[in-house]
Write a protein of this length. Structure first.
Length: 194
């Protein structure tokens, strides 16, 4: 049994978005397998945006982020679901990650260390990305640059390993049967907490 933090990273609270349904399906699958999922919708949170380095290194995490931070520290597995906007994470979702992975949350402070050590060692992660283009085009033609950066430069840097990914493409044109298959895929991933 694993404790799982599911971050629904779509910044629009409208329930019609596919990301919201994917997050819920993952949570349902995890619950059925007796895991302990906690689903957090970024769209439902209000928090300030970091504007200077000292906000990241010395200011405390905002009050609205602290329960999510605590859930992250308790979790064995992290799932981040987001839509591809302008080639990367939506700005609000990126701002959320900057607040969530605040220096004191994500890194160990040691006197004399020149390189920070990530606190998320021993935790795994999955990134689920939705895009309007074909998934294969995103991976091959565009090099999955946003996904690679998130895997290596953010999640991997703070210690998550392994970091797996799933890309759902052509989401604006998906037929209900296709959406149903994606939801079943998410339920299966949730049941395996993978």
């Amino acid at each position: 049994m694993k404790t799982i933090l599911i971050l629904d990273g779509h910044p629009d609270p409208d329930n019609e978005h596919l990301c919201h349904a994917l997050a819920k399906a993952y949570s349902v699958g995890a619950e059925r397998a007796a895991h302990r999922p906690k689903l957090v919708r970024v769209a439902d949170l209000d928090f300030p945006i970091l504007r200077k380095p000292s906000d990241f290194t010395s200011e405390p995490s905002p009050e609205t982020i602290r329960p999510v931070r605590d859930a992250l520290l308790e979790a064995d597995h992290l799932v981040l679901i987001y839509p591809l906007w302008l080639g990367t994470l939506p700005a609000y979702t990126k701002a959320f990650l900057e607040q969530l992975l605040h220096y004191d949350t994500a890194f160990e402070r040691s006197v004399g260390d020149r390189w920070p050590k990530g606190k998320m060692r021993g935790k795994s992660a999955r990134i689920v990305l939705t895009t309007g283009m074909p998934a294969l085009a995103y991976k091959l033609w565009y090099g999955a640059h946003s996904l690679k950066s998130l895997k290596r430069n953010i999640l991997g840097f703070v210690g998550f390993k392994p970091v797996r990914s799933t890309v759902f493409g052509m989401v604006e044109h998906a037929e209900p049967a296709q959406v149903g298959r994606w939801l079943k895929t998410m339920e299966k991933l949730g049941s395996r907490s993978a």
